[in-house]
Design a protein around this ligand. Structure first.
Ligand SMILES: Nc1ncnc2c1ncn2[C@@H]1O[C@H](COP(=O)(O)OP(=O)(O)OP(=O)(O)O)[C@@H](O)[C@H]1O
Ligand SMILES: [Mg+2]
Length: 360
C-alpha cells in the first residue's frame, strides 16, 4: 500500500465510477473494475480495442475525445449511452473527459470517467408529479384553512351534545360525527403538508430506530393477517441527517400500504444497505452524493401497470377508505430530504418500495 504505484492502482480500482485510459488512436489501454461491472463485459473483451466497442455509433463522444487530444481541454457532462451485449441493452452514462498528461505536459491520451446514470434517469422520470403538486398546493393552502376552522366548531358542538345526550344509540351517531370530522381534519392536514415547504428539524438520525418504532406500532395489524416482518439491516449503516418525525411518517405510510396489500400469511421484508451508486444531491445541484437505501418488500397483491403510473398522484386510491395521500406525502418528505423514492411492482406477486436518502 505504501508503494505509490500500488496506491494509485488501488485508488483506481476502488472508484465507484468507471475509468478508462484511451490512447491517441482512440484505443482503450486501461480500465478499472467498475467498467467491467457497468458494461457486463470482461476486461479482455475491450482492452486494446477501440473506444467504439463500448460506445458504438456515437460520433460526438469520439469527436470530443479527439478535441481533448488536440486542445488539452476538459469536457464535463458529456451525455452518452453505454452498450451491453449480454443481454443487449443500452444505459445512460455521463462522461468526463480529461487529458492524460506526461511529466513534460505533453498529451499522451485521454482519461474518460464513466458515471452510470440509469438510476437517476429512471427516478427523474418517475418524479414527474412534483410540478403537479405545486399547482395543487396553491389552491389547497387557501382552502385548507377555511375548512379546518368550521371543522373545529362542528367537533366541539358534537362533543358537547354527546355529553348532554343519555340515549346510547344517539351517542353512537355523534361518535360517528366526531370520528369522521377527525378523518377530514387528518386529510386536510396531509394536503397542507403537500402544499407548503416542510419545516424540517434536521438532526443525526438512526434509521433503524425509526423503522423499529414503526414496526412495533404496526406489528399487530400484520399479525392479524398471520403475517410477519423480516428485518435485514446493514449494521454498518451510518447515521443520516434527517427529520426523524417526518421519516416516521414516511415509513408508517409505506409499511401500512405493504400490510394493506398483504395476503394471509404474507411476509414483509425491511432491508437497509448503503447504496452502491451515486445520486444527485438536488435537482439544482449536480454534486454527487452517496446514499442509504431502505427497501420495503411485500409479497402482496401488487400493482397493475395502469395504477403504477398514478401512484404519486394526490387522491389516487384503490381502497375503500383510502385517501390517496400516503404516497404523495411520503414522496414530498423524501424529496425535501434530497432523497428519492422508487416503486417497482408486479400484479399478483408483490411490491418493492425503495427509499434513497443521502448520507450527508
Ligand atoms: N405496497 C403496495 N402494494 C399494492 N398497492 C399499493 C402499495 N402501495 C401503494 N399501493 C397502491 O397505491 C395507491 C395509493 O397509495 P397511497 O398510500 O398514496 O394511498 P392509500 O393507501 O390508498 O390511502 P392512504 O395512504 O391515504 O390511507 C393505493 O391505493 C394502492 O392501490
Ligand atoms: Mg397508503
Amino acid at each position: 500500500m505504501n508503494d505509490p504505484e500500488h496506491l494509485h492502482q488501488n485508488i483506481l480500482y476502488s472508484l465507484i465510477d468507471g475509468v478508462l485510459l484511451v490512447s491517441p488512436s482512440l484505443i482503450i489501454q486501461e480500465a478499472n473494475l467498475t467498467v467491467e461491472d457497468l458494461f457486463h463485459r470482461s476486461r479482455e473483451s475491450f482492452i486494446h480495442r477501440s473506444l467504439e466497442e463500448l460506445f458504438p455509433h456515437q460520433s460526438h463522444v469520439l469527436d470530443k475525445v479527439r478535441k481533448v487530444l488536440v486542445t488539452g481541454a476538459c469536457y464535463h457532462d458529456v451525455e452518452a449511452e453505454g452498450v451491453r451485449n449480454t443481454p443487449s441493452s443500452r444505459f445512460p452514462v455521463n462522461l468526463t473527459l480529461s487529458p492524460f498528461l506526461e511529466t513534460d505536459d505533453s498529451i499522451k491520451g485521454v482519461v474518460v470517467l464513466v458515471k452510470n446514470m440509469s438510476l437517476i434517469r429512471e427516478m427523474e422520470e418517475r418524479q414527474r408529479p412534483t410540478d403537479h403538486l405545486n399547482r395543487f398546493g396553491e389552491i389547497t393552502l387557501g382552502m385548507a384553512h377555511e375548512i379546518r376552522n368550521p371543522l373545529g366548531g362542528i367537533r366541539g358542538s358534537a362533543q358537547l351534545l354527546r355529553q348532554e345526550i343519555t340515549s346510547s344509540s344517539h351517542q353512537e351517531y355523534l361518535d360517528v360525527v366526531i370520528s369522521e370530522v377527525d378523518r377530514i381534519d387528518r386529510l386536510v392536514k396531509s394536503m397542507m403538508d403537500l402544499a407548503r415547504p416542510l419545516d424540517l428539524k434536521i438532526k443525526p438520525t438512526n434509521i433503524h430506530k425509526v423503522l423499529e418504532e414503526i414496526l412495533m406500532l404496526e406489528k399487530d395489524s400484520l399479525t392479524r393477517k398471520k403475517g410477519r416482518f423480516e428485518q435485514k439491516y446493514d449494521p454498518s449503516l451510518p447515521l443520516i441527517k434527517a427529520d426523524e418525525d417526518q421519516l416516521k411518517q414516511v415509513f408508517l405510510n409505506l409499511i401500512k400500504n405493504a400490510i394493506e396489500a398483504s395476503r394471509k400469511g404474507g411476509k414483509i421484508q425491511i432491508v437497509t444497505r448503503v447504496g452502491s451508486g451515486y445520486m444527485t444531491k438536488a435537482a439544482t445541484s449536480p454534486i454527487p452524493q452517496q446514499n442509504i437505501v431502505i427497501e420495503i418488500i411485500d409479497s402482496g397483491e401488487g400493482i397493475d401497470e395502469e395504477n403504477q403510473k398514478k401512484l404519486f398522484t394526490p387522491f389516487h386510491t384503490t381502497k375503500k377508505k383510502g385517501s390517496g395521500l400516503g404516497l404523495p406525502v411520503s414522496l414530498k418528505i423524501i424529496e425535501d430530504h434530497n432523497g428519492k423514492v422508487k416503486i417497482t411492482s408486479e400484479k399478483g406477486l408483490g411490491t418493492t418500495v425503495q427509499v434513497f436518502l443521502p448520507i450527508q
